[in-house]
Design a protein around this ligand. Structure first.
Ligand SMILES: Nc1ncnc2c1ncn2[C@@H]1O[C@H](COP(=O)(O)OP(=O)(O)OP(=O)(O)O)[C@@H](O)[C@H]1O
Length: 345
């Protein structure tokens, strides 16, 4: 006997939802998927009517599905938003140039304005040239730092009220794990935030897919026949994130709820007040948001321009910092002991 859709629509179930293991028909899956994102948006008050929202579009599955669902929900529930697309061209031949073609297709399909900003025009460097110069060891650092700032710059040019990114539940759970493994408590505190930025001159970032499983995004894109670009970056992927990702995928096979559970744990964690919080300000050099002076993008750029690419790279690990702290304390104790001995004479 055929299994019936759990949503009681009377149709035959054709798929099993990865997040809940419910047997559903295609239409009921679409409904459940879209409604969950709508609930995330409304529960967290991500947008206000009349706002101009940029969707950070890379042409990959997450941002393609985000653009599709945002357009659909905006019309269905009358959000009253003006949606535009913002893409950053990192200058990676054979990767970003191809994925940008997908974004242009999205622009035409969804009738949204598209702004493409390149590293070349912002920084005078493409990632191809950066990798030529520095090799493949720290290239992801350059790319990530420049992209974060490029999105801020693009958002300013587009005069939007906020930027929506396609970060999904798996990305967030991975980041929680990574921050725990690195002992990065300052980042751990804010990595589950659905909305970031917004202070000073910074334009807020929001993650409407925060609770959406990657497997369901792929399923949704597949059944809706959405056009997206699925090739991995040709430069070495972020190796450390790769380990957290592989670990999470193994856990998900045993217990699919692990992704939501890790996000929940991250959200409930309380970090001691004494842990230093990065204070957001404005870079005195370029005028963009930063928690250090000058900002990391300016330091990295200076390194490239002065042929000192290691400038700004290589934060000390927690264990190195602890060892340095212990050494310092030991020196203080030795100095105090020496003083005591001196005083005895
Ligand atoms: N070049 C880019 N231009 C604009 N937005 C970007 C770009 N790269 C990443 N993003 C934004 O950051 C989000 C997370 O990026 P990440 O590199 O993790 O890609 P991803 O998980 O493969 O997502 P996607 O499937 O959308 O490419 C993307 O969903 C997108 O919103």
């Amino acid at each position: 006997m055929p299994i019936l859709c759990k949503a009681e629509c009377g149709n035959k179930a054709t798929l099993k939802r990865p997040k809940t293991a419910d047997a559903l028909c295609k239409n009921c899956f679409f409904n459940a998927f879209e409604l969950e994102i709508h609930e995330t948006i409304t529960r967290s008050h991500l947008f206000k009517p009349g706002q101009r929202v940029a969707i950070a579009a890379s042409g990959g599955k997450d941002s393609t599905v985000l653009a599709h669902v945002m357009k659909l929900l905006n019309e269905k529930f009358n959000y009253g938003l003006k949606l535009v697309l913002l893409s950053i061209d990192e200058g990676i031949t054979g990767y970003r140039d191809d994925s940008l073609e997908t974004v242009k297709q999205n622009r035409d399909d969804y009738e949204m304005e598209l702004k493409i900003l390149s590293y070349e025009e912002l920084y005078g460097w493409t990632m191809d040239r950066i990798v030529e110069k520095i090799g493949r060891t720290n290239n992801c650092t350059f790319c990530g730092v420049f992209r974060r700032q490029a999105l801020d710059r693009g958002a300013q040019l587009l005069k939007v009220d906020c930027v929506a990114t396609g970060h999904n539940a798996d990305d967030i759970a991975e980041t929680v794990l990574m921050n725990i493994l690195r002992g990065d408590t300052a980042r751990l505190r804010r990595c589950t935030d659905i909305k970031t930025g917004g202070a000073e001159n910074s334009i807020p970032r929001v993650k409407p897919l925060k609770y959406t499983y990657e497997k369901e995004i792929v399923m949704y894109a597949h059944f809706k026949k959405l056009v997206y670009f699925s090739t991995e970056c040709i430069f070495a992927p972020n190796a450390y994130r790769g380990h957290a990702r592989a670990f999470l995928k193994d856990l998900e096979k045993i217990r699919p709820s692990v992704i939501m559970d890790i996000i929940h744990s991250g959200e409930q964690l309380q970090i001691r007040e004494s842990v230093k919080k990065p204070i957001r300000g404005i870079c005195s050099n370029c005028g963009f948001v930063s928690s250090c002076q000058p900002c990391k993008a300016c330091v990295l750029l200076e390194g490239l321009n002065r042929s000192l690419p290691k400038l700004g790279i290589g934060k000390r690990s927690k264990s190195e910092k602890m060892k340095a702290q212990q050494d310092l304390e030991r020196q203080v104790i030795l100095r105090e002991k020496a003083n005591l001995v001196k005083n005895d004479f």
